[in-house]
Write a protein that binds this ligand. Structure first.
Ligand code: KIV
Length: 421
């Protein structure tokens, strides 16, 4: 009987907090407070960061990257507050998020990052260094051997400080030499890294390439079987979500995302897109992948991030845009009024939204008679068929001049009709 239910309605496997032994469990690493805050103009106060972190914990992301502690005293304070508060607030189910701080490989940075997160119950430092020829030559002015040496030294230093959960990212991995990447990853794993994150820093990769890169690195890196592979995709070509899902299919079991997809330049992988893609399609195409995220908190988290960062969500943004569950054309509205499954692959309630009306219908010039009549009934007007036809004709005239027809507009049309009768 379960198999006959639409995928979205099938019961999910029982949630086990921070589960690491299920090979199909995909960790969600949220970097809204770090990479997301790097969106031009999106600066957050430390009080706002704490509020967002609490909300991310409600959403049950596995890892919260709370900031870049060496970047400023404020960032350090925010990360430390989040580590002490959210990072110690184990809920009744036993869930507590990992709190992570980002750091370059400079030993001083690594120490500051560790200091900021170490009071969390589950602290992590994420250290990174670029490995692509372009970055090594123009930005770092370092040779391959120097990059390797610095990366390993940072990981070893973190181990010495007592940090046991260490993530390493070879920045600009998708434009790096795969053989050099494997060499760096093998050495940082030997030095003690527990997660290796593969960033598509410039949003350059195509989904099949990125999937192949992850598969190749997992195959050719020494010690790969002892660590979690992660993906971090930027959205410069609009492919961050597709690349991230390709990485998951190729074996990445940590996916880095931000709420509403905010981040440097064109942004990051959007958390809500990845989570809902896995929730809806995970058991089919993606061999039973699942996450621990509770989608019912998505809408509220998305609004909170929009309001605090001032980064407005585009109306047609997947999952959380104002139009994501709205229907304007007559054919779609007619379908929706007959069955919501005709044009919706998930219901808004799944992400914690309640609809203003049953079918998410907005009236405009593409709308049909069925939708108009339904709205009139909802407003308390059970008109005769010829009256509906009359109102519909005048509704189309108005709709040609106005983007959307409000209930007030409709009431004016109906009042005219009733007066004329
Ligand atoms: O885009 C990037 O490469 C990053 C790394 C620090 C993971 O943000």
């Amino acid at each position: 009987a379960v198999a006959s239910l639409p995928q979205a309605q099938r019961p999910r496997p029982q949630y086990i907090p921070n589960r690491i032994d299920d090979p199909n469990y995909v960790r969600i690493f949220d970097t809204t407070l770090r990479d997301g805050e790097q969106s031009p103009g999106a600066t957050l106060t430390s009080a706002e960061k704490l509020e967002i972190a609490k909300q991310l914990a409600k959403l049950r992301v596995d890892i919260i990257e709370a900031g870049f502690p060496v970047a400023s005293p404020d960032d350090f304070d925010a990360v430390r507050r989040i580590a002490m508060d959210v990072g110690n607030a184990r809920d009744p189910d036993g869930y507590v998020p990992v709190i992570c701080g980002l750091s370059r490989t400079k030993l001083r940075d690594v120490e500051v990052a560790w200091d900021a997160v170490r009071l969390a119950e589950r602290p992590r430092v994420h250290t990174f260094l670029a490995t692509s020829p372009i970055h090594m030559e123009y930005k770092l002015r370092m040779t391959e051997d120097q990059v390797l040496e610095n990366a390993v030294a940072a990981v070893k230093h973190l181990r010495k400080l007592g940090c046991q959960d260490i993530e390493f990212s070879p920045e600009d991995a998708s434009r790096s030499e795969p053989r050099f990447l494997c060499r760096v990853l093998s050495e940082v794993i030997k030095a003690g890294a527990t997660t290796v994150n593969i960033p598509d820093t410039t949003g350059w990769a195509l989904p099949h390439e990125f999937g192949d890169l992850i598969a190749g690195l997992r195959k050719n890196t020494e010690g790969a079987e002892n660590v979690i592979f992660s993906a971090h995709c930027q959205n410069d070509l609009g492919m961050a979500t597709a690349n991230t899902l390709a990485a998951a299919e190729a074996g990445a079991r940590q996916l880095e995302c931000t709420i509403n997809g905010i981040g440097e330049r064109a942004g990051n992988t959007s958390l809500e897109e990845v989570v809902m893609a896995i929730a809806l399609r995970g058991d089919g195409l993606m061999n039973g992948l699942w996450t621990g995220v509770q989608p019912v908190h998505i809408a509220h988290t998305s609004r909170m991030v929009q309001d605090y960062t001032g980064m407005a969500i585009q109306p047609h943004k997947a999952i959380v845009g104002a139009n994501a569950f709205a229907h304007e054309s007559g054919i779609h509205q007619d379908g929706m009024l007959k069955s919501r499954q005709t044009y919706e692959i998930m219901v808004p309630e799944t992400i914690g939204l309640t609809r203003a009306d049953e079918a998410g219908i907005v009236l405009g010039k593409h709308s049909g008679r069925h939708a108009l009549k339904t709205r009139l009934v909802q407003l308390g007007y059970a008109l005769k068929e010829d009256q509906v036809s009359d109102v519909f004709k005048r509704f189309k005239d108005v709709a040609d001049k106005k983007k959307l027809i409000s209930d007030e507009d409709l009431l004016a049309l109906v009042t005219d009709e009733v007066h004329q009768a």
